[in-house]
Write a protein that binds this ligand. Sequence first.
Ligand SMILES: *[C@@H]1O[C@H](CO)[C@@H](O)[C@H](O)[C@H]1NC(C)=O
Ligand SMILES: *[C@@H]1O[C@H](CO)[C@@H](O)[C@H](O)[C@H]1NC(C)=O
Length: 216
Amino acid sequence: MKSTFASRALALLAGSTAVTAQFDFLSDLSTSPPFYLKVSAPDNSSIDGRFLHACHTGAATNTLCLGQHTPSTSDVAGKFYLKYKQSPDDGYLINNIKILNGSTGNVELVAEPFRLALSAATNVAMTWFSPEGFADGSIYAVKFTGDGLSLPIYPVDTDFREGVRPDPTGVDASSWYTCWVLAGSYYYNALAWVTGGIPSNPTCRPVRVVKVDVQS
Ligand SMILES: *[C@@H]1O[C@H](CO)[C@@H](O)[C@H](O)[C@H]1NC(C)=O
Ligand SMILES: *[C@@H]1O[C@H](CO)[C@@H](O)[C@H](O)[C@H]1NC(C)=O
């Protein structure tokens, strides 16, 4: 299983030109200490306190699955860090993925930035990590506030008024849900972001996401 996945991952990396060059924007940034991501859902004890981990959705791509009440301390899939300019709480959320390098035969860690996978069929955007480049614009900077993991606010258009330009300031930590999502051939209970309004997917439960330092 593992080698099949690694081979497919490698095939994808070989097919995309200069994977490392595409993530050059990350190499100029500082690296935060590693942390786990924990779900907070005080109203639902079956979700509350569970940790998120990157889970396989396709060649070298992952979503953020709801895991156990204890983090996986040995596995890169459950560890995250931020690449940042000013503050280690404000930057690009990164998960490392293990990739088999065909030229050396070594297993290497490749940094994958957090993104959202939007679909025309739903207002539930899947959390996504993939090795594709920055150019498609779906990589989001994140921020940790007192409310946990947040994304920049894009004003919801239900509040739009004629001729009054909405002000896109601040961050939002309240649009996270855990939902059953169909990711390729996989059906997972995973962290998702609702782009506006009530989630169209009835399995979605509202959550917050907090970071927990990895004890070194
Ligand atoms: C709590 O979350 C679980 C998993 O998504 C769900 O099956 C259950 O219905 C939720 N309970 C409540 C009270 O919302
Ligand atoms: C694979 O190894 C070669 C030789 O060390 C290196 O130049 C290349 O960047 C590696 N590829 C990846 C995806 O890390």
